[in-house]
Design a protein around this ligand. Structure first.
Ligand code: PFF
Length: 451
C-alpha cells in the first residue's frame, strides 16, 4: 500500500505508545474497584476472556484498518471501501467519541494532578486519619470552581506539549520513558502494600472467586471495562495503527499490548487492596477509593505515607497522561488530514476545545450542578455516554466493517505483511470478528439502552 507518511520508529516504540494509551485511569482506578465489587476472581476470569477474545480482536481490527489505509479514521473507512462511503460515518463517530472521552478524562486527570500537589506539600497528610475530614476535603476540592480548573489546565498543557513534539519525538519518546517509570512505581507500591500486616485479606478480596456477586451487570461491566481499558472503539487505535511500522507483526503487537495492559490492572489491584485491608478500611467504589480511602491509608502509614501518597498520585497522573495524549493525537491527526492545517494549529484547537468542555464538566459538580440532562448532571451524562453508548457502538461498526465489509484478501495481506508472516490464527480471528464480537457488543448496547 501507500508509503508511510508518519510512523513510530520501531516495534518497541509502537508497543510503548499503544500501551501508554491503554494503561490509564481505567487500569489503576476503575479496574480494581470493579473487580472487587463483582466477585474478585470471578470477575477477573470473565474479564480475561473478554480482553483476549474480544478486546484484542478489536484492537487488531483497528490496527489493520489504520495501517492498511494509512489514514485517520474517517478517511480510513472511505479508502478501504471507496464504493461504500457511508462507512466513513463510523470514523466520524469515533472522532466524536474521542472528543467527549478526552474532555471528561481531563477532569479526572486534573484531580489526580491536584492530589500530587496536595500530597507533596503535606495538605493530604495534615488531614490525619479522620475519614470524614478526608472525604469532606475531596468533596470541597471536586466541587470548587478554581482549583480543579487550575490543575485541569496544567494537565492539558502537558498533553499539548507532547503532541506538539510530534509522533516520534513527542509521543514515542515520552512513552518510552514514562512506561518504565510507571511499571517501577507500581512495583514499589505493590511491594509496600503486600508486605503490610494483614495484606493477605486484600489479595483474597481481589482473587477469591465469589460467583454469587458476578451478576449480569457485572458481566456487562467486565466487557465495558475491557473495551475502555484497551482504548478500542474510539478510533484512537486506528490512528496509532497507521503509525505502526509496515514491517511489524500486528497480531503480536496487539497481544503484547493486551498482556501488558492486563498485567498492570492486576498489579494496581495488588498495590491498592492489600494496603486498604491492612488498615482495616472498607474498599469504596468510584472516586472514593482513590481520593478518600487511599489518602487515609497513606496517613495511617505515618511519616513514609507522604512519600507513598506522592508516588501513587504521580503514578495515576503518568498513566492518565499517556492515555490523554493518544486521544488528543487522534483528534489532531484527523483534523489536520482533512483540513491540511498545521499540526500546531490542530493541536491547539483541540486542546482549547476539550479543555473548555472539560471545565464545563468540572463546574457541573459544583456551581453548574443545577444544569441537568435526563436528570443527570453534565458530568454524569457524559460519563454514561462514554461508558455505555458511544464506544460499544463505534466498536460494533468497526468490527462489522473488518469482518464483513473490508475485502478479505486485504485483511490477510495486512496481517501477514504481504504473505511474509504465517497467519494460522486467522480462521479463529475471522470467526470471532464476524460473529462473537458483534454479538457481544450488541448485547452491551441493547442492555445499556434498556437500563
Ligand atoms: N485506556 C484508557 C484507560 O484505561 O484509562 C482510557 C482510554 C484512553 C480510552 C484512550 C480510550 C482512548 F482512546
Amino acid at each position: 500500500m501507500a508509503t508511510q507518511q508518519k510512523s513510530f520508529s520501531s516495534n518497541l516504540g509502537a508497543i510503548m505508545a499503544a500501551v501508554g494509551s491503554a494503561v490509564g485511569l481505567g487500569n489503576i482506578w476503575r479496574f480494581p474497584y470493579t473487580c472487587g465489587k463483582y466477585g474478585g476472581g470471578a470477575f477477573l476470569l470473565v474479564y480475561l476472556c473478554f480482553v483476549f477474545l474480544l478486546g484484542s480482536v478489536l484492537m487488531m481490527s483497528e490496527f489493520v484498518i489504520g495501517r492498511r489505509s494509512q489514514h485517520t479514521p474517517i478517511k480510513a473507512f472511505g479508502t478501504l471501501r471507496p464504493d461504500r462511503k457511508g462507512w466513513m460515518l463510523v470514523g466520524v463517530l469515533g472522532v466524536v467519541t474521542s472528543f467527549f472521552i478526552l474532555s471528561q478524562y481531563l477532569v479526572l486527570s486534573g484531580w489526580t494532578t491536584g492530589y500530587v500537589w496536595d500530597a507533596a506539600r503535606g495538605t493530604l497528610g495534615s488531614l490525619g486519619t479522620d475519614a470524614a475530614a478526608i472525604s469532606d476535603y475531596f468533596k470541597a476540592f471536586s466541587t470548587d470552581a478554581w482549583r480543579p480548573a487550575l490543575f485541569l489546565g496544567v494537565f492539558s498543557l502537558l498533553v499539548l506539549a507532547v503532541i506538539l513534539g510530534g509522533v516520534q519525538k513527542g509521543i514515542e519518546n515520552v512513552s518510552k520513558v514514562l512506561m518504565p517509570v510507571l511499571v517501577l512505581l507500581i512495583l514499589v507500591l505493590c511491594v509496600k502494600s503486600l508486605t503490610l500486616p494483614g495484606a493477605g485479606k486484600g489479595v483474597e478480596y481481589l482473587f477469591s472467586a465469589d460467583f454469587s456477586k458476578l451478576t449480569g451487570e457485572g458481566v456487562l461491566a467486565a466487557l465495558g471495562q475491557a473495551l475502555f481499558s484497551l482504548s478500542v472503539g474510539m478510533g484512537v487505535m486506528i490512528v496509532y495503527g497507521s503509525y505502526i511500522p509496515l514491517s511489524d507483526n500486528i497480531f503480536k503487537t496487539a497481544m503484547w499490548i493486551t498482556v501488558c495492559d492486563t498485567l498492570i490492572a492486576v498489579l494496581a489491584g495488588l498495590a491498592i487492596f492489600p494496603a486498604v485491608f491492612s488498615c482495616g478500611l472498607d474498599p469504596a467504589g468510584g472516586p472514593g477509593l482513590v481520593f478518600c480511602v487511599l489518602p487515609n491509608v497513606f496517613n495511617l502509614m505515618g511519616g513514609a505515607g507522604t512519600v507513598f501518597a506522592v508516588l501513587f498520585f504521580v503514578l495515576l497522573t503518568v498513566a492518565a497522561l499517556t492515555s490523554a495524549i493518544s486521544l488528543l493525537e487522534a483528534l489532531t491527526a484527523t483534523f489536520c488530514e482533512h483540513t491540511h492545517a498545521s499540526r500546531t494549529a490542530g493541536a491547539l484547537l483541540f486542546f482549547g476545545l476539550t479543555t473548555a468542555l472539560g471545565l464545563v464538566f468540572s463546574l457541573s459538580m459544583g456551581s453548574l450542578s443545577h444544569v441537568t440532562v435526563n436528570n443527570l448532571t453534565l458530568f454524569d451524562f457524559v460519563d454514561r455516554l462514554n461508558s455505555i453508548y458511544l464506544p460499544p457502538l463505534c466498536a460494533l461498526f468497526a468490527i462489522l466493517f473488518f469482518g464483513w465489509v473490508m475485502p478479505e484478501d486485504e485483511v490477510k495481506d495486512e496481517l501477514s505483511n504481504h504473505g511474509t508472516l504465517s497467519i494460522g490464527f486467522y480462521p479463529v480471528l475471522r470467526f470471532l470478528a464476524r460473529y462473537v464480537v458483534p454479538l457481544a457488543l450488541l448485547v452491551v448496547i441493547v442492555s445499556g439502552i434498556l437500563s
